[in-house]
Design a protein around this ligand. Structure first.
Ligand SMILES: *Cc1c(COP(=O)(O)O)cnc(C)c1O
Length: 391
């Protein structure tokens, strides 16, 4: 396995053939200077990197403890860290001679990011989405269509993310010659967790350089929210060898860890196989994968990337959780105090920092990875607060 006992390639035969092709291609290009240069070009010229490392002076003063910096992934083109990974995978797909990208999506964020990369590189794009999600997320469906993607509404089972994955994999297996399966986080069979982490590690690399310039030091804490875990792996990876830098992943505690409505995989999960990897999973007593809940669509996932499972096991990263209510309070807090509306996913990381900062001294430094912007969440938070909006 790639990460201690975690990782692997737990997929059926025909899919394994396709996954091996991705593995071979990734091994061929991952250190290829031309490939890396092309990736760096698009990160800079298209995605707007490097993203800012902003000293949140108001928040620091208001919380009265550690100095707080925000890594502004929300300022990337399309408003989140997801663009880093889709650019990398789409470029690899092109090198492999593929002409089409296929992906599944839950709330639509990964679908929109994939459709963006397909539009940029002139590739066909097909996004599978549960029929229930298609109705709930009609704005993102229209966004994908604007970007030139075909959205397939999946009518099987509960008509949500799990069925969308099955449907997209099935379609992929019928057109392996021309199609690349683009995964949205550090999850799935090897090489995806490693590959996606490597496409996202630019986040932590920039944090290290930018903080060295501003403060001439390393951070004491790097904090990131974790659903599948890609923005967190991206922020953490550069610091894994810097043993005194504390790394904290914040999961969704939903309506509370003592309810069934949460997505706190690291806190309450067990070892198990999901989506082609051995990792930590939330399971029912009968071994079925648990239904999960979070106010944030991006954290609403019953598994997590296998590298996180490993980093928890070796005690290099600590995993905590924030409830829906704590995340909403943090969403409102950052908006008012810094004039930055964070993604509700990112607000989970902000919520933990709000508890931690006052317990630290003023010469300590916290970096929060602000994985995305919150415009997409405004309507939902208004509803949560019973604030009526017209239309
Ligand atoms: C998708 C998403 C997440 C969750 O994905 P990870 O792979 O855990 O990073 C977090 N924040 C934002 C803004 C997202 O769009």
């Amino acid at each position: 396995m790639e990460f201690g006992k975690f990782g692997g390639q737990f997929v059926p035969g025909p899919i394994l053939v396709a996954v091996k092709e991705v593995e071979d291609a990734y091994n061929k290009y991952k250190d290829d200077p031309e490939f890396l240069e092309e990736f760096a070009f698009y990160l800079k010229e298209y995605a707007n990197r490097p993203s800012l490392l902003y000293e949140a002076k108001n928040m620091t003063k208001n919380l009265g403890g550690a100095k707080i910096f925000l890594k502004r992934e929300d300022l990337n083109h399309t408003g989140a860290h997801k663009i880093n990974n889709v650019l990398g995978q789409a470029l690899l797909a092109k090198r492999m001679g593929k002409t089409k990208l296929i992906a599944e999506t839950g709330a639509g964020q990964h679908g929109v990011a994939t459709a963006t990369a397909a539009a940029l590189f002139g590739m066909d794009c097909e996004i599978h989405m549960g029929a229930v999600d298609v109705i709930k997320q009609s704005l993102n469906v229209y966004r994908m269509e604007l970007l030139g993607a075909k959205v397939v509404a999946v009518e099987a089972g509960l008509k949500t993310l799990k069925e969308a994955v099955d449907s997209a994999l099935m379609k992929w297996s019928t057109e392996l010659d021309k199609t690349f399966y683009l995964i949205g986080s550090v999850v799935g069979p090897h090489p995806y967790p490693t590959m996606v982490r490597n496409f996202q590690k630019v986040i932590g690399k920039e944090i290290k350089e930018q903080l060295a310039q501003k403060e001439k030091r390393l951070p004491d804490y790097v904090i990131a929210c974790a659903g599948g875990g890609s923005n967190a792996m991206g922020a953490f990876y550069e610091f894994i060898e810097d043993k005194h830098v504390k790394l904290v992943g914040v999961e969704a505690a939903g309506k509370g860890l003592n309810t069934k409505e949460h997505a706190a995989t690291m806190t309450l999960g067990q070892d198990g196989v999901i989506h082609g990897m051995n990792t930590r999973v939330l399971l029912e007593d009968n071994g079925d994968i648990s239904p999960v809940h979070s106010i944030s669509a991006g954290l609403d996932y019953p598994g997590i990337g296998p590298e996180h499972a490993y980093l928890q096991e070796i005690k290099r990263v600590k995993y905590v959780s924030a409830t829906d209510e704590e995340a909403v309070l943090a969403f409102e807090y950052l908006s008012k105090v810094e004039g930055i509306i964070p993604a509700i996913e990112s607000a989970h990381a902000v919520a933990y920092a709000m508890k931690l900062a006052p317990t630290l001294s003023q010469d300590q430094v916290i970096v929060i990875n602000l994985s995305g912007r919150g415009d997409k969440d405004v309507r939902q938070i208004a509803r949560y607060r019973n604030r009526k909006l017209i239309d």
